[in-house]
Design a protein around this ligand. Structure first.
Ligand code: ATP
Ligand code: MG
Length: 436
């Protein structure tokens, strides 16, 4: 049997025989001439059936065919057909590999719009178009470039448990699991484990893995299951070190995407700007800039979504950057393990990275001194020693360290300026949706 080729390879077969296969997009019956427009992963091709040039058996095939059926054709390749945007094949053999039911629950050509819910119900049909495939190619490349970057920077990739007894974060966002009659939780962050591995002597670690959050609200940027990109690094001088890493990561990933995936990005009308130097503004400085534009944020509060959008706009005008680090979040808003500056215990050595007005990452220097950490936990009404596995990390040699977490799905949403985070994940999970 001849090897199957993609629509984009047919060019090399003009005047010769080739085998191609895909999903039927369009069926045109015009008396003595019939056409099938077929889609494969890379593009389209057309099967042309002139009554005089093909067998009676083959000529009859389109009559019983439905859109989205899978067909396989072998025949001579003719020059490009403009209408179908691909090459033309005159079939010597034409096989209906899988006949699709009709009508399909969704229009896959993108000509008839369906609501997001209907699309997600039949996600495999919703994705059966070149723009969706481009999106997920981009997503896979982003992940590759993220991993390349961490590897180049000397980080060690780790995989930590997602079934846990409890985290160090508050319990509100935890999904409980019945673990052989015991109560377990799905990890809402690899926080404990990445710090553990720094203390284990790995020094610099990163993890790409599932993160679970029982976020009740239905928003355009929250999922209950998402892919986290987390890293943690030891022997840092300050919380600027993890910010430098994130900055380097975005610079690398965006430059690689612009270099290697311009065609896919163009489908989304995006040419993301490679950050030069991401401004680092303390929350107080940001609030002053916002106040000057009439937006007041109370003391001890962080920015609301509107504030984040406005600060992004100001930064873009002032610094020409799509990104901004906001630093020194109030102690009241951050977990007990974020380090505080000696001279200002009201704030933390923490940061958020905001991209075009949306938070994509949060990080901090962690408190690594057992006594200080214990006191900080107490201030928040927590007992460090009750979190035995966490407390132990700081008793037997813990270097100063810090890190951050970001969501890949949020990253895709911002990169492609999607209306909804659900567009950029294959099968979203949210408070309502648990299928398919
Ligand atoms: P947000 O304020 O947007 O709810 P967060 O501050 O609660 O996020 P973090 O704990 O800081 O979230 O998580 C680190 C990163 O993980 C976020 O900056 C974001 O990129 C991503 N992230 C957090 N929660 C979600 C979620 N529910 N769905 C998708 N991505 C998320
Ligand atoms: Mg955050």
């Amino acid at each position: 049997m001849k090897e199957r080729v993609h629509s984009t390879q047919l060019k090399q077969f003009i005047g010769k025989t080739a085998v191609a296969a895909g999903w039927v997009q369009d069926i045109r019956l015009m008396g003595g001439l019939k056409f099938l427009v077929v889609k494969d992963r890379e593009g389209f091709f057309q099967i042309t059936l002139p009554k005089k040039a093909v067998s009676a058996e083959i000529f009859a095939v389109p009559d019983k065919l439905t859109k989205e059926s899978v067909v396989r054709v072998e025949g001579e390749v003719k020059a490009a057909v403009q209408a179908a945007g691909g090459y033309e094949i005159i079939p010597a053999r034409l096989e209906v590999v899988s006949l699709a039911g009709a009508p399909t629950p969704l229009d896959t050509s993108g000509k008839i719009e369906s609501g997001l819910d209907a699309r997600l119900d039949y996600r495999f049909l919703d994705l059966r178009n070149h723009k969706s495939i481009a999106l997920f190619k981009l997503r896979a490349k982003m992940l590759k470039y993220v991993i390349d970057y961490f590897e180049q920077q000397g980080f060690i990739g780790i995989n930590t448990p997602k079934l846990t007894s409890a985290g160090v974060e508050s319990g509100a966002e935890l999904f409980e699991v019945n673990y052989f009659g015991r109560k377990a939780c799905l990890a809402q962050s690899p926080q404990i484990y990445k710090q553990m591995m720094v203390c284990a002597g790995f020094e610099k670690v990163y993890e790409i893995g599932a993160v679970y959050r029982a976020e009740k609200s239905q928003t355009t940027r929250h999922l209950t299951e998402f892919t986290g990109i987390d890293f943690e690094m030891g022997f840092i001088d300050s919380f600027h070190d993890p910010m430098d890493v994130i900055e380097g990561m975005f610079r690398h990933v965006i430059a690689e995407l612009n270099k290697n995936c311009a065609k896919e990005l163009a489908l989304f009308n995006r040419k993301p700007v490679v950050p030069k130097k991401i401004p680092r503004l303390s929350l107080d400085e940001a609030k002053k800039l916002l106040a000057a534009q009439g937006k007041k944020i109370p003391d001890g509060e962080d920015l609301d979504p509107e504030g984040e959008r406005l600060i992004a706009k100001i930064v873009k005008e002032k610094f020409g950057e799509e990104f901004v680090f906001l630093t020194h979040y109030p102690w009241g808003k951050r977990p007990f393990y974020h380090m505080r500056p000696v001279d200002d215990p009201k704030v933390t050595l923490s940061f958020d990275l905001v991209w075009n007005g949306i938070e994509v990452s949060t990080g901090a220097q962690r408190e690594h001194r057992y006594e200080v950490l214990k006191a900080q936990a107490k201030e928040k009404g927590l007992d460090l020693d009750a979190m035995k596995d966490y407390a132990n990390l700081f008793k037997y040699g813990a270097p100063p360290h810090g890190g951050a977490g970001l969501g890949l799905d949020r990253f895709v949403e911002c990169l492609l300026e999607l209306d909804n985070i659900r567009e950029g994940i294959l099968l979203p999970r949210d408070p309502i949706r648990l299928t398919p």
